[in-house]
Design a protein around this ligand. Structure first.
Ligand SMILES: Nc1ncnc2c1ncn2[C@@H]1O[C@H](COP(=O)(O)OP(=O)(O)OP(=O)(O)O)[C@@H](O)[C@H]1O
Ligand SMILES: [Mg+2]
Length: 360
């Protein structure tokens, strides 16, 4: 990696000098901050020998200083692990440093009609979660969690509304509570809505949901077979055989828990697990929403497959422990309803404010 020095580096050195002890400051040449342009990030070097230790604790201590100091001109997603940059053409004593990926600017909450949001975005690239933050179209699984009233339903609806307008995409919407999502999907006949029928026993509904999922699993195997026969590429996906994407949305997953026996639930989670494991290449995608993705509610293998994780509402160790187990705190620069944190494809945790969609 190649690092350059600019005004931002000097500014950050001063910010760090004030917090770190004197013997590791830039005044004594014990601290050097550089900026890398590709990939974009900040490199913090402590020339050796030094009393400073390159460990996780110090990494996140510096993250706290740098992420605040750079906001709002730059966004600094919180890396999930300590990252080290290797510097080219340097003596061994300064050949590495802490690396903090950054992005220019910061994302803003969408506020407006769905048409306005769609007009300012390119849906073929992905889901525009904020103005300046997209869930890339390669992401095939999303989980949204948060306490009651945190904005899950509105968040799922905003994403669904964007998916509905995305070319070559179809949706199956499962809402056991028959609540906001069901009312939204009802207005869109192209969305397949799976809700409990009047007079249907809850257990019967659960079995019906499992059957819907099993049908999608069968489809995955068919698509994989077609890919095997029709695609000459090794790294291929269903896009190569012009398969459209299916998004399976399951709202309030934990509500289903109360609907059936242990055996029936196992059958349901078995299908969900297969979809989360096998769906990517076959273009069968999954979006789940639930209040608390506890291990006894959402099997760990399904949870660990989720590539976009969103946690809304209160952010503390009791709420982040399942989706963001390594996170103890993060700055929150947004206000109002539907705010929280997200991690897209393990790129690091960052604050978000879900879209506020107004009617036309
Ligand atoms: N992105 C948003 N923009 C504007 N208002 C929002 C947003 N998200 C949530 N709200 C407000 O918060 C209220 C609760 O949101 P929502 O129904 O989505 O919560 P929830 O997490 O689904 O709750 P529950 O678990 O009880 O279903 C909404 O009725 C709305 O007034
Ligand atoms: Mg809800």
């Amino acid at each position: 990696m190649h690092g350059v020095r600019n005004g931002v580096c000097e500014y950050l050195e001063n910010a760090c000098n004030s917090v770190l002890s004197e013997d590791v400051s830039s005044f004594t040449q014990q601290l050097l901050i550089l900026m890398s342009l590709v990939p974009m990030g900040i490199i913090v070097v402590f020339p050796l020998p030094t009393s400073f230790v390159y460990n996780t604790e110090n990494y996140y201590k510096l993250y706290d200083i740098i992420s605040i100091a750079l906001w709002p001109d730059y966004t600094c997603p919180r890396p999930n692990t300590m990252r080290i940059a290797t510097l080219d053409e340097r003596s061994l004593s300064t050949a590495r440093g802490f690396f903090f990926p950054i992005k220019k600017g910061h994302a803003n909450r969408w506020k407006g009609t769905i048409d306005q949001i769609v007009k300012s975005s390119d849906l073929t690239q992905g889901i525009p979660l904020m103005n300046g933050l997209i869930i890339p179209s390669k992401i095939n699984s999303i989980i949204i969690s948060g306490n009651s009233g945190s904005g899950k339903s509105l968040g799922v609806q905003a994403i669904s509304e964007l998916l509905r307008r995305t070319p070559n995409t179809k949706m199956i919407y499962i809402d056991p509570k028959k609540s906001a999502g069901a009312r939204w999907a009802r207005g869109h006949p192209e969305v397949t809505l799976v809700i409990p029928e009047e007079n249907e026993r809850l257990e019967e509904y659960l079995i019906r949901v499992t059957q819907v999922l099993a049908k999608e699993v069968n489809k995955i195997f068919k698509v994989q077979n077609n890919l095997f026969h029709q695609s000459s590429k090794i790294d291929s996906n269903a896009g190569d055989i012009r398969q459209i994407k299916t998004w399976l949305v399951v709202e309030e997953l934990e509500a289903l828990e109360a609907f059936g026996t242990k055996k029936e639930l196992e059958a349901l989670f078995h299908q969900l697990l297969l979809i989360s494991l096998l769906g990517r290449e076959a273009y069968t995608n999954l979006m789940l929403s639930m209040q608390v993705p506890r291990n006894d509610i959402l099997p760990v293998p399904i949870r660990s497959q989720m590539r976009c994780r969103i946690q809304l509402g209160r952010i503390d160790s009791s709420t982040t422990t399942y989706l963001f187990p390594d996170l103890d705190h993060i700055m929150m620069p947004y206000n109002g309803p539907g705010i929280g944190i997200c991690d897209i494809d393990g790129m690091g945790v960052q604050p978000i404010a879900m879209p506020t969609i107004t009617s036309n």
